[in-house]
Design a protein around this ligand. Structure first.
Ligand code: FES
Length: 125
C-alpha cells in the first residue's frame, strides 16, 4: 500500500493536533471495525470557525485526513464546514489507497458531529 507524499506530509504535521478548552462543538466518532477514534474540537464565533483541533487515535490515513479536514474548515462558516465531504479531503491529499477510503469518512463525520454538538448547545442555551 502506498500513501501519497501529501498524506505523509500531513501525517507528520502536528499543528492542528490537540484539544480546545471550552470548545463550542466537540465531535467524537469512531470506526467499530478498526477501533480508531477521533475527536474534533471547534471554536466558533459569529457562525464562523475560528479555531479547530483534533485528537485521533488511529491509522496514518485517519490522522492525515483529520488534520486536512481541519485546514479546510478553518475560517469557514459553520454551514460551509458542514458540507465538507470526505471526497474533497481525499482530493486535497492527492488520493488515498482504496482500502483507506473509509478512514477519510471519519474526518467528515467528525466535523459534522462537532457542528451538530455546537448546534445542539445553541438550541438549548
Ligand atoms: Fe481505522 Fe484508518 S484503519 S481509520
Amino acid at each position: 500500500m502506498m500513501y501519497s507524499s501529501k498524506v505523509m506530509e500531513k501525517f507528520r504535521d502536528t499543528k492542528n493536533y490537540g484539544k480546545i478548552e471550552n470548545a463550542d462543538g466537540i465531535g467524537k466518532v469512531g470506526n467499530a471495525k478498526c477501533g480508531d477514534v477521533m475527536w474534533i474540537y471547534l471554536k466558533i464565533e459569529d457562525e464562523k470557525i475560528v479555531d479547530a483541533k483534533f485528537e485521533t487515535f488511529g491509522c496514518v490515513a485517519a490522522i492525515a485526513t483529520s488534520t486536512t479536514a481541519i485546514d479546510m474548515v478553518l475560517g469557514k462558516s459553520v454551514e460551509e464546514a458542514y458540507h465538507l465531504t470526505n471526497k474533497a479531503v481525499i482530493e486535497a491529499l492527492d488520493g488515498l489507497p482504496p482500502e483507506k477510503i473509509h478512514c477519510s469518512v471519519l474526518a467528515e463525520e467528525g466535523i459534522k458531529a462537532a457542528i451538530e454538538d455546537y448546534r445542539k448547545k445553541l438550541a438549548t442555551s
